[in-house]
Each structure stands twice: as C-alpha cells, then as structure tokens.
Design a protein around this ligand. Structure first.
Ligand SMILES: C[S@@+](CC[C@H](N)C(=O)[O-])C[C@H]1O[C@@H](n2cnc3c(N)ncnc32)[C@H](O)[C@@H]1O
Length: 238
C-alpha cells in the first residue's frame, strides 16, 4: 500500500532543521544538519577550497532532499564570486511549503538563496516536472533532475565530468540500489582526476566498490559532535 505521509520536520543538535522520512530516516545527521553539510560535503569534497580560491566547481549530488548541501555550497560560491554548476538527482522534491518550514533563510541569512530557491520550487507546482529543471542565481546554476537516480535518463545529454559527487541519498538499508557496485561505478566514472566522492556512509562494501573503480578511498574524521568517520574517495590526479 502507498504511504501517503510526507516527511516531518526535525530539529538537529546544532539547531538547524532537517526532514525525516515516514519510515524515520533523517535527511541529514541528527547530530547537526548544517555541520554535516559544511564539513562532510562542502569541505570534505574540496569544493569549498576551490570556490574560496575563485575557481569554478562542478558538483553532482545524489539525493537533493532539502537542498541544504546545495545551499551551503551555493552560498560559498556567491561569497567568492566563483561559478558553481550543481546537478542533483531527486525522486521526490519536498514542496515549497515544507522547505519554508526548515527556516533556511534564517539559518543562512543574509544569503538570499534559500528564499529564491523556495520561490523557484513553488513555481514548479506540487509535483515538480520529471526530468531536468533549472534554477539560476548569480553565477550558480542548479540543474535538478526529478526522477530515479537508478535510471539512465539523467546521463543523457551534456554530462561533463565533475569535481565532486555528494552521495547523500538514504543509506544502504533503505536504498540498496544507490550503494550497489554498479551504481557506484557510474558515479566514480564521472569524477575528474583529483575529483572526490564524499558521503556519510563508510560501509566496507561501498569502500571496496569505489576502490575497484581506481579511487583512493579513506575514512576521514567526521564533523565535531557528529559521525566519527565519513567517506572520501578521490580519483588520482592524471
Ligand atoms: C538523505 S536524503 C537527502 C539529503 C539531502 N542531501 C539534503 O541536503 O537534505 C535522501 C534523498 O534521496 C532521495 N532518494 C531516495 N531514493 C532515490 C532515488 N532512487 N533516486 C533519486 N532520489 C532518491 C529521497 O527522496 C531523499 O530526498
């Protein structure tokens, strides 16, 4: 039977909000949503350093969810004036009303990005159209693919290699296909030399699958007060 309940808003340990699915899986770490977005994804991927140096960055995210990883990365890009191309895959984008309840405009003030993102999401209607939807703000471009990341549809067209993959979907217990060797290989092949795939998930099978694709895989220290270890898998420089 279809579960018609939507995700619920929860407050995490650093005061920032996230969502929890009807089955109880949190979208971001309950030990700190924004701490995780900054530490594991923006900084762990090297994208933060690239943007701070004024270099353009290309990111692919699996599991856009609340958009917090995007907002944190895009805010860094706007601050430095660097260009950010951010592609994200999402089966069920939360509604504009749900995004408003997360209060990311307050969290990231004075950034105008959260408000602009919510207005754009509202314009897509309750069920956002399947396929690519584009949001632009300063030198930031978000291309949100609405659909199943396991399909091959998002790989058609202009899919350049990326500096970073943010793998932030539900975990292997709830979304096993997104952690299969075959899917991880598709992600790994998109990384440029020196590009990094980062994730909260450090499962041995995931690390072995990425190493089999030629990536240098390590467990890095997690955010203060958060998960002890997180994943960084780097494609060696050419
Ligand atoms: C852990 S949450 C995402 C957290 C997100 N990065 C954030 O900043 O809020 C996982 C997301 O993956 C999405 N998802 C689950 N299975 C998917 C699939 N097969 N294809 C695309 N998205 C999927 C869920 O709808 C959910 O929004």
């Amino acid at each position: 039977m279809t579960d018609l309940r939507g995700p619920a808003v929860v407050v995490t340990a650093d005061g920032s909000r996230t969502l929890a699915s009807p089955t109880g899986e949190a979208y971001k770490s309950l030990r700190g949503a924004i701490s995780e977005a900054r530490s594991v994804y923006l900084e762990g991927s090297g994208v933060g350093d690239r943007l701070a140096a004024g270099s353009a960055a290309d990111v692919l995210e699996v599991g856009f969810g609340t958009g917090l990883n995007f907002l944190v990365s895009a805010t860094a890009a706007v601050k430095s004036g660097a260009a950010l191309r951010y592609r994200a895959l999402e089966l069920a984008p939360p509604s504009a009303a749900t995004l408003s309840e997360l209060r990311y405009a307050e969290l990231l003030a004075p950034s105008r990005l959260p408000g602009a993102l919510i207005a754009w999401r509202a314009g897509l209607g309750m069920s956002a159209p399947a396929g690519w939807n584009v949001f632009e703000h300063d030198r930031v471009t978000l291309e949100l693919f609405v659909g199943d990341a396991l399909s091959s549809a998002w790989e058609a067209g202009d899919l350049r290699q990326v500096d970073a993959v943010y793998h932030d979907s539900f975990g292997p217990a709830n979304a096993p296909g997104l952690w299969s060797g075959a899917f991880l290989a598709r992600l790994a092949r998109l990384l440029r030399p020196d590009g990094r795939l980062v994730s909260f998930c450090v499962a041995g099978a995931v690390r072995r699958a990425l190493a089999a694709e030629g990536l240098q895989v390590k467990k890095a220290a997690g955010p203060a007060g958060g998960k002890r270890e997180v994943l960084v898998a780097r494609r060696p420089a050419a």
